[in-house]
Ligand binder design. Structure first.
Ligand code: ADP
Ligand code: ASP
Ligand code: MG
Length: 457
């Protein structure tokens, strides 16, 4: 069997869902399980609705919900035709009524918690998966809707819940495997799950890719397909650099590194189940399904270019610590990391000197509290609006002088921190967010003016 995941733009309206029907139809002999995101922008809108309700502004929340209801009804009626839609309408209606009731409840309390946020967000994928499953049936594809909340069981860390793999795998075998064996296409929402007691959870923004990989891992898929709005993984984000080229083949390690350092095309956790079970991941374009996309496998063929791709992670804060008292006494770094651990805040890059440490973290609301705790250990300064640029490729480890080429090509960009070596396949550094477009274009020009035709297109 294979897993096919369709992102938000791939299910953004009736026309996009029609394309999904055709793409899936062509793969029926591979026994697909289909995982879908919410329709494009819906998750952002649900976040906004929850926040409005949290401010007791139920009028705004309900107005947004009405517009969303309209959009889903339109897509469904266009896909199903009036006859089928009349029967299906009641199902969507009861979901939207439940959403409105939830929003009114949140507005009455005047507070939105991570738990109620997840309840609100869960509607995006619940609705899209329902419509896609109905569209499959209307288009003659034998399909069944599977409620992700009954399969994707997580811990209770709302908004970024961690999957409980043993529990999930048992449920996938019990609920999804039999459908596949009967020739039915299971359809489920990505991104959402539930706790062991059935409370809805979400696994982090952009998490439908991860859901697809969890399902693929649990069912030992032959392949995980990530269908999106670009031709595959590219040499950089095409929105930043229109000259970006498609990468035909890339290794698990390279793709994982790129995803971790901001290549939004894959959620950073996607590669974990794939690597564990050695399942190839293909990134494909639902608007251009004939294109071969990118194949991500354990070993990629040799590439003549020094690097494969440039990733950018924005919204980074640099934290500088100057240890006046402890002068790098042993145990100092441990105490520093304990602070980040206490705030459950991952650190991306670290660099040290005799008396100072610089670290980068994702910008977040807890930074003042983190700085306050760090103040007890050292003098603290922090600055936001930074970005990590990360150049990835397996050749990095054996290309002499690569750092010189990188920094030489962006000589007039102010570089705040550098890291090379931790993984041997990346060079990363921190710059101001405002310098990102220029730096990426210069680097792209330097490293991809000529490309190895076996690897890039
Ligand atoms: P989906 O809704 O299908 O999950 P996303 O918006 O999450 O799609 O991811 C696709 C987007 O990722 C692309 O439109 C592109 O702008 C962005 N992106 C960033 N880095 C890369 C890259 N290296 N290769 C391809 N796309 C990238
Ligand atoms: N709909 C979710 C989001 O926008 C999950 C996803 O699209 O992968 O974050
Ligand atoms: Mg995505």
């Amino acid at each position: 069997m294979i897993v096919m995941k369709f992102g938000g733009t791939s299910v953004e309206d009736a026309a996009a869902m029609e394309r999904v029907c055709e793409i899936v139809r062509c793969r029926l002999s591979s026994k697909p399980v289909v995982v879908v995101s919410a329709m494009a922008k819906v998750t952002d809108q649900l976040v906004a609705m929850g926040q409005a309700a949290g401010r007791s502004d139920s009028d705004s929340a309900l107005a947004m919900s009405r517009a969303m209801r309209e959009r889903h009804y339109n897509a469904a009626s266009e896909l199903l035709g009036t006859g089928l839609f009349t029967r299906f309408h009641a199902e969507l209606e009861s979901d939207f009524n439940a959403l409105d009731e939830l929003l009114r409840g949140i507005a009455a309390v005047g507070e939105i918690t991570p738990r109620s946020t997840d309840a609100v967000l869960s509607f995006g994928e619940r609705l899209s998966s329902k419509i896609v499953a109905a569209a499959f049936s209307a288009h003659g594809i034998n399909s069944a809707l599977v409620d992700a909340r009954a399969c994707i069981i997580t811990d209770t860390t709302h908004t970024r819940a961690l999957p409980l793999f043993d529990e999930i795998n048992a449920r996938l075998l019990a609920q999804v495997q039999p459908l596949i064996q009967q020739g039915i296409v299971p359809v489920m929402g990505g991104f959402i799950g539930a706790t062991l007691t059935g409370t809805p959870t979400t696994i982090g923004r952009g998490g439908s890719d991860f859901s697809a990989a969890i399902v693929g891992g649990g069912l030992n898929a032959e392949r995980i397909e990530i269908w999106t709005d670009v031709d595959g993984m590219m040499t950089t984000d095409p929105r930043l650099c229109p000259q970006a080229r498609r990468i035909k083949e890339i290794s698990f390690d390279e793709a994982a590194e790129l995803a971790y350092f901001g290549a939004k095309v894959l959620h950073p956790a996607t590669m974990l189940p794939a690597i564990q079970k050695n399942i190839p991941v293909h990134v494909l374009n639902s608007r251009n399904p004939k294109n071969e996309g990118t194949r991500i496998t354990a070993r990629a063929p040799h590439c003549r270019n020094a690097i494969k791709s440039i990733a950018v992670k924005k919204r980074i804060t640099i934290v500088d610590l100057v240890a006046t008292r402890m002068l790098m006494a042993h145990g100092f770094l441990r105490s520093v990391f304990e602070v980040f651990d206490r705030h459950r805040c991952p650190v991306d890059m670290v660099s040290t000197s005799e008396v100072s440490v610089s670290l980068t973290i994702d910008s977040n609301e807890a930074i003042p509290a983190i700085a306050n705790d760090l103040q007890k250990l050292a003098d603290v300064k922090y600055a936001g609006r930074k970005a990590i640029i990360c150049l990835v490729g397996e050749n990095v480890r054996e290309t002499p002088g690569i750092a010189g080429q990188v920094f030489g090509s962006i000589a007039d960009v102010n570089i705040r921190m550098i890291s090379q070596g931790a993984s041997e396949i990346n060079i990363s550094f921190v710059i101001d967010e405002d310098d990102v477009p220029r730096a990426v274009q210069l680097l792209h020009q330097k490293f991809f003016a000529e490309v190895d035709p076996a690897i890039f297109e």
